[in-house]
Write a protein that binds this ligand. Structure first.
Ligand SMILES: [Zn+2]
Ligand SMILES: [Zn+2]
Ligand SMILES: [Zn+2]
Ligand SMILES: [Zn+2]
Length: 436
C-alpha cells in the first residue's frame, strides 16, 4: 500500500523529475541573483531597484548561454487517470485539468475577443514555486482561437499599450493554491490510480469540456453549455436527435449533468486537440556529450546533421537579420527537435526568438493587471505542437513560430478571482523566410 510506484527508487526519482516543470534550484553562480531580488534575504535597506537594473544589464549577454532551460516534450498519457487534476499534470490538448475546479474563468475571459468564439485549450504547465506558501501548487493555462484570421489580427493587437484595450485571440491564465486548500489533499499524490480530489468541480460545457456549463438545453435540461455557439454546434452534430430520446425517458438524478463525480468527462466536440502529457528534460542533457542510451539519441543524430545545413545557411544569408535569427533559432531547437516547450523562469532568462523583427521591448510587456509589478518571461511554446495536434499545413491553417508567455514576477495573490490573466506574445511563422 505504501509502495506507491512499482519500480523501485531510481524509477521513482526519474518519474518525480518528469512530473513537474518546476525548476529545481541549481547551484551555479547565482550570487548576483540573490543580490538583485533581495526581497527574500536579510538586509532590506533596499534602494535596490536602480542598482539591480544596472547589474542586470551588465551580465545579461554573458549569462545568456548559461541559463538552464527545461524542455517539454509530449507523450501519450501512460494511464487513463494520468492527467486528472488531482495529479497536477502538465498537459497539451484535450480539456484543461483546472487547478481550482470551481471558480473557473468566465465571461469575456473565455472568448476570442476578435471573433467571439469560445477559446480552445492549448496546454497547461504545472510550475509551482517553492519560495511562497501560496504557490505550492501553480499552473499556467494557455488558450487560443482556432482561427488563423484572428491570430493575424492578434498580431496587431498585442502591440497595443494601455489604456488602449487589446483584443486578443490567445490568452494565458495563472492559478495557484497553498498546500492546504479546499480542493486537494495536502499529501502528495500516489500516482497509482487511487488519488481522488477533495470534491467535485463545476459542471462543464458538454461540447467543449473546457468552460463552465452554466447554460442548460431548454428542451431536455440534461446537457450544459458554456455558450450558445457550443449549444448550436452540439445541436447540429447530433444533439437534435439525442435530445428527443432523452426527453422520452423520465429524468433520473443519475443522469443529471451536474453529477460530475466521474471526472473523466465525455466531450462531444470533434475539434478538441488530441491529448498529451508534457514531460520535461533539461536542455543540457542534449548537449553533444550525452550518453548513448539516452532516449532521444536518435533525434540528436538528425540534429547535428541539421546543424551543418544551418551553418551553410548562415554563410549565405549573413546580411538579413531575420534569416540569421531564424537559422540560429533552428540550430538551437535542433538539439532536441521534438521539443514543444521551453521553460525558464530565471531573472536573466530570455525567450529564443525565431525572428529578430517583431520582438517586444520591455515596455511592450504590460505590467501585472493585479499587483502592477513587472512581468517576466516564463516559457515559450513551439510550433512542433501543431504537428502533434495534426493541424494541417494549409495556407489558412493555424500556425505560429512561437508563443511566449510572460507572468507576474511576484506571482501575486488572488484578489480578482483565482484565475489571473497573464500576457503572451506571438511571433508568426508566415513572417519568416522559407528555409530551402
Ligand atoms: Zn477568434
Ligand atoms: Zn463550450
Ligand atoms: Zn437537449
Ligand atoms: Zn502580479
Amino acid at each position: 500500500m505504501s509502495n506507491e510506484i512499482g519500480g523501485g527508487t531510481s524509477e521513482d526519482s526519474s518519474l518525480e523529475k518528469l512530473r513537474t516543470l518546476q525548476i529545481t534550484p541549481i547551484d551555479v553562480e547565482e550570487d548576483n541573483e540573490s543580490q538583485i531580488n533581495g526581497d527574500g534575504g536579510g538586509d532590506g535597506d533596499g534602494d535596490g531597484d536602480g542598482d539591480g537594473d544596472i547589474f542586470d544589464d551588465e551580465d545579461e549577454d554573458e549569462d545568456e548561454e548559461q541559463v538552464p532551460v527545461t524542455l517539454g516534450f509530449v507523450e501519450k498519457p501512460k494511464n487513463r487517470w494520468s492527467l486528472l487534476r488531482q495529479l497536477f499534470p502538465s498537459k497539451a490538448g484535450g480539456v484543461p485539468a483546472w487547478l481550482d475546479p470551481i471558480n473557473l474563468p468566465s465571461g469575456r475571459s473565455c472568448h476570442c475577443e476578435i471573433c467571439g468564439e469560445p477559446l480552445q485549450f492549448l496546454l497547461q504547465v504545472y510550475a509551482p514555486l517553492s519560495e511562497k506558501e501560496t504557490t505550492f501548487h501553480r499552473t499556467l493555462f494557455v488558450f487560443m482561437c482556432l482561427s488563423m484570421t484572428c491570430l493575424l489580427q492578434d498580431q496587431h493587437e498585442q502591440w497595443k499599450r494601455q489604456p488602449e484595450k487589446a483584443s486578443r485571440s490567445v490568452k494565458v491564465f495563472r492559478s495557484q493554491l497553498a498546500c492546504l486548500n479546499p480542493f486537494y489533499s495536502s499529501e502528495p499524490p500516489k500516482h497509482d490510480g487511487t488519488d481522488k480530489p477533495s470534491g467535485i468541480g463545476a459542471a462543464l460545457c458538454n461540447w467543449c469540456g473546457t468552460w463552465k456549463g452554466d447554460k442548460v438545453c431548454s428542451s431536455c435540461r440534461r446537457v450544459r453549455y458554456c455558450s450558445e455557439k457550443h449549444q448550436a454546434m452540439h445541436w447540429r452534430s447530433g444533439h437534435k436527435i439525442e435530445c428527443r430520446q432523452l426527453n422520452s425517458y423520465p429524468q433520473s438524478s443519475n443522469t443529471s449533468p451536474t453529477n460530475s463525480s466521474v471526472e473523466t468527462q465525455k466531450v462531444a466536440s470533434n475539434t478538441i486537440w488530441p491529448e498529451y502529457e508534457i514531460i520535461n528534460e533539461d536542455e543540457c542533457e542534449f548537449d553533444t556529450e550525452m550518453s548513448e542510451d539516452s532516449k532521444y539519441s536518435n533525434s540528436l543524430v538528425s540534429g547535428s546533421r541539421m546543424d551543418e545545413s544551418v551553418k551553410s545557411l548562415l554563410d549565405n544569408f549573413e546580411g538579413d537579420s531575420d534569416k540569421k535569427s531564424w537559422a540560429s533559432f533552428q540550430e538551437r531547437i535542433a538539439r532536441a527537435p521534438e521539443q514543444v516547450l521551453r521553460y525558464c523562469r530565471y531573472e536573466s532568462a530570455k525567450p529564443l526568438w525565431p525572428m529578430s523583427s517583431g520582438q517586444p521591448s520591455k515596455t511592450d510587456i504590460p505590467k501585472c493587471n493585479y499587483c502592477g509589478g513587472p512581468r517576466g518571461f516564463e516559457f515559450q511554446i513551439l510550433p512542433q505542437l501543431l504537428y502533434y495536434f495534426g493541424v494541417k499545413n494549409d495556407v489558412d491553417s493555424l500556425d505560429w513560430a512561437t508563443i511566449v508567455v510572460y507572468t507576474c514576477e511576484a506571482s501575486c495573490e488572488e484578489n480578482n478571482g483565482p484565475y489571473r490573466e497573464e500576457f503572451c506574445w506571438v511571433q508568426l511563422a508566415s513572417q519568416s523566410v522559407a528555409v530551402p
